[in-house]
Design a protein. Structure first.
Length: 444
């Protein structure tokens, strides 16, 4: 048992004894600081505590924290919202000795902070509030376990998906008899379907955010490297990207770009608006927009309402294992010497609250991190969960021992983007990506 944890237990016992012996005239409030991404939406949900009325990542996370504060009058979770992903700011806060108590961190990034002893192991704290790691999904538990200890509360698993405008797919004669979309099973079939879609609709098959972007390029590459059984991170400190497998993926996406099968020069927000306006057939985006796109499809007069909206995992285009890149979000807790036992107890309540409300978070479209929620009839009844359920088995992260995964993502995205748009030869881009990443990892 850690010193911090012993102090918390002693303090909790003392407080309980005092409360039983003395009348309570005023309730002390314990403040904890919470830092998160997921956007700002105070105008719509700033005071909302009815989580069932919330939609989307921002609306649901805001409403959940509002409800936590309303349900716990003795605790005040003060929230700072950072622009995604917020790691430069978090690193600066740690350097200044003033990190938030609780912070959203991707599973792929936990090692960056855990390896420097900046995060609190949560095994004892979670156990003290009745949250067992045995209740986590396998993906969630693996994602937060580092050196045999738990370093975050997993709240979801996420991946990229094919978000599909069924009206445009009908126009392109790309629907099956049951109304489901016809998806390609090879690179050649993808190109044929994309050409057919373009000819019949006059629009690009894909809606992609290729401007000011690195993450999409990288996630696409990882998915199709996995599908070719490429062990490109056999060593956590050395990557192999100058390979035939990587070249095949980049050539595919360059052909999509060159043939006009995708939108161009759109940033993330513009790509979302373009898809909602019916400007393309398939948007490559994450689990997190399922809730918003479903709401649009259910609204009369919208483009997605015309013929419907479908969502599927990325198709299997190569002959290797069935897989696609996946990650997850967590609540992590900073290691602080000056944290009071009362604050530690409050953090435990906060984490328990999110573990118990994992279903509400799963309405965003993310897969839940609690096995009981994933297996529940309530979750399975949500729209499109039948088609995205395979993600639980398909989802494949990078090895957890690979550090600086977001920095690596930026490098891969920069080089892959340069190759696809014709600024660099593909071989040169892959060689540069490999050398840049390996130089980064050699200087951790």
């Amino acid at each position: 048992m850690t010193r911090h944890f012993r102090l918390w237990i002693m303090a909790a016992t003392s407080v309980a004894a005092l409360a039983s012996a003395s009348p309570v005239f005023a309730q002390d409030v314990t403040e904890i600081t919470v830092q998160r991404f997921f956007g700002a939406c105070d105008a719509d949900f700033g005071t909302n505590t009815d989580v069932t009325k919330a939609v989307g990542e921002c609306g649901i996370i805001t409403s959940l924290i509002n409800k936590f504060n309303a349900d716990n009058a003795d605790i005040k979770a003060t929230v700072t919202t950072v622009e995604w992903p917020g790691y430069d700011q978090l690193t600066a806060q740690f350097a200044a000795g003033d990190p938030p108590d609780v912070v959203t961190i991707h599973e792929s990034v936990l090692s960056d902070y855990q390896s420097k002893d900046l995060l609190l192991p949560l095994d004892e704290l979670l156990a003290s509030v009745g949250v067992s790691a045995d209740g986590f999904t396998e993906a969630g538990r693996n994602g937060v376990t580092k050196d045999g200890k738990i370093y975050g509360l997993p709240i979801d698993s996420w991946t990229m998906l094919y978000h599909i405008n069924l009206d445009l797919f009908k126009q392109a004669d790309l629907l099956n008899g049951d109304g489901t979309p016809k998806l390609p099973t090879s690179v050649d079939e993808l190109m044929a379907q994309a050409e057919q879609f373009k000819q019949k609709t006059g629009k690009p098959y894909f809606v992609q955010n290729l401007a000011n972007e690195t993450a999409l390029y990288t996630r696409n590459l990882y998915t199709y490297l996995f599908q070719q059984d490429s062990d490109f991170f056999a060593s956590p400190t050395k990557v192999k990207l100058n390979t035939p497998e990587a070249k095949a993926v980049v050539e595919m996406y360059k052909k999509i770009f060159d043939n006009g099968y995708t939108t161009k020069d759109m940033d993330y927000s513009a790509a979302i608006q373009a898809f909602l306006a019916g400007e393309g057939g398939v948007q490559l985006n994450g689990t997190w927009v399922i809730g918003d796109y479903t709401a649009s499809a259910e609204t009369a007069g919208t483009e997605l309402n015309k013929g419907g909206y479908a969502v599927n995992p990325y198709p299997q285009l190569f002959s290797g294992k069935k897989a696609q890149y996946a990650d997850g979000h967590t609540w992590a807790v900073s290691a602080k010497d000056d944290r009071t036992p009362e604050q530690t107890a409050a953090i435990g309540k906060f984490l328990k609250f999110f573990a118990e409300n994992d279903f509400d978070w799963s309405r965003t479209g993310h897969l839940p991190a609690q096995k009981a929620v994933l297996d529940s009839a309530e979750f399975k009844a949500l729209p499109h969960r039948d088609t995205v359920a395979p993600i639980a088995a398909l989802g494949t992260p990078l090895p957890s021992s690979v550090q600086r995964q977001f920095a690596i993502q930026d490098i891969v995205g920069e080089e892959m983007g340069a190759a696809i748009t014709g600024q660099k030869e593909i071989d040169a881009a892959l060689a540069d990506a490999e050398s840049r990443i390996n130089e980064l990892l050699a200087n951790l």
